[in-house]
Design a protein around this ligand. Sequence first.
Ligand code: OAD
Ligand code: ZN
Length: 257
Amino acid sequence: LTSLAKYIKSSDCGKVILMLGAGVSTSAGIPDFRSPETGLYSNLARLNLPHPEAVFEINFFRRNPVPFYTLAHELYPGRFRPTITHSFIRLLAEKELLHTCFTQNIDTLERRAGVPEDKIIEAHGSFATQRCIECNASYDDEKMKDHIFRKQIAKCNKCGGYVKPDIVFFGEDLPLNFKLAVPHLRTADLLIVMGTSLTVHPFASLAQMVDKTCPRVLINLDHVGDFGARTDDVILLGKCDDVVRMLCKELGWEEEL
Ligand code: OAD
Ligand code: ZN
């Protein structure tokens, strides 16, 4: 941690790139997906799905949008507050060290913590915009919110197809701003991966795209599959908030968290 802090404070480290997953928001009270027992996918029996991920599969949604609409209202952002880890990200931005924050999360807690929007790539989309899955026509945001809160399925005004928020489902493409930002990874001076099992591609592959000389840090409760191993990787096993607090102490940023 001491040498990591030293590196972050040195002039060699100008561009920090982050990769985030659901583990950065569990301390805000939002379950992650794959943790045994507490993860969302272990708690969907009530939705009668063929398998848990089906709730976010575009082909399943086309046949049966009800499970997603049932869940959407629980996942809808607004009730939750950003964590210490989100504050750390805001600090990186304030200190002009943050280049890009790639997040898989749809909870918008990065924005709500004060991280500038132009630094955030919501790789798996968000509830902010909506469209028809058949003809792509956009749909009114407020109307969609009403539908989600009443658990009523929204239908396209043009073709009658089902409408869903622009959350990226399995079987859908990632947003254009994600694709445009990927080449920047090669210019990173430091990659920090936090709170993700790195099981969902293409997001997980980003960790392999930084330069061979770019130090990589993984902060997670447990080891994850697709990080790969490079000799100079720093693996910090623990809760994001705990590790971040210790790192900020080393950096002398503790008071600003
Ligand atoms: P996962 O649930 O797959 O992984 C979360 C990781 O965070 C696990 O390795 C946990 O052990 C770890 N974790 C949990 N709490 C933590 C904490 N307080 N501190 C540190 N680590 C912690 O979630 P993601 O990797 O984000 O996609 O999942 C990726 C994608 O799968 C999601 O974006 C979602 C899902 O299907 C879509 O819905 C499109
Ligand atoms: Zn339509």
